[in-house]
Design a protein around this ligand. Sequence first.
Ligand SMILES: [Zn+2]
Ligand SMILES: [Zn+2]
Length: 187
Amino acid sequence: MIPAPEHSEKRIIISPHGDLDSSLINHVGNRVSGRFGYRTEVRSLLKEIDFALDSSRKQYYSTKILERLAGLAPVHAVKVLSICEVDLFIPILTYVYGEAQLGGKACIISTFRLNDELPAINGQDSYRQRIAKEAIHELGHTFNLRHCPDRSCGMHYCRTLRDVDSKSEEFCRYCRVLLDDELKRLS
Ligand SMILES: [Zn+2]
Ligand SMILES: [Zn+2]
């Protein structure tokens, strides 16, 4: 069998939007790569997200961004994760940390609500950890994982930063089995 050329290898694209620190993006990329077993590639797919701005709420409608992102995904993208700094919402909620297309191509997280003054249980590195956890959570949805009742599992639904700090980047055994099945299906 002829090995596939490097560029045809499937990757998780990380699309930063805004003035995000590159070491933060690299950290998230490493954690994501370790969890899902795909290499990551940083590539900004969206020039602007004003189309998603709700001027009365002064927040950005994440579902609209996801639709646009999914359409911009390059062929070699198994998934696309956007990381932005603006406050995201969906109509039924006051705000969201992120959103994903269940079993789909695109997901997004925002650093806006994760960059809080709340002291973390997990120490000074909590900001990066929170962002990595939410990135892994939303990507988990794109790999068809749903919310998990286990409070320490990465797929646990978090309403507060305390919830985020209490969970891990890892998936519980149950979610891990579901993820492995999905990864096999995609390979
Ligand atoms: Zn979720
Ligand atoms: Zn779980």
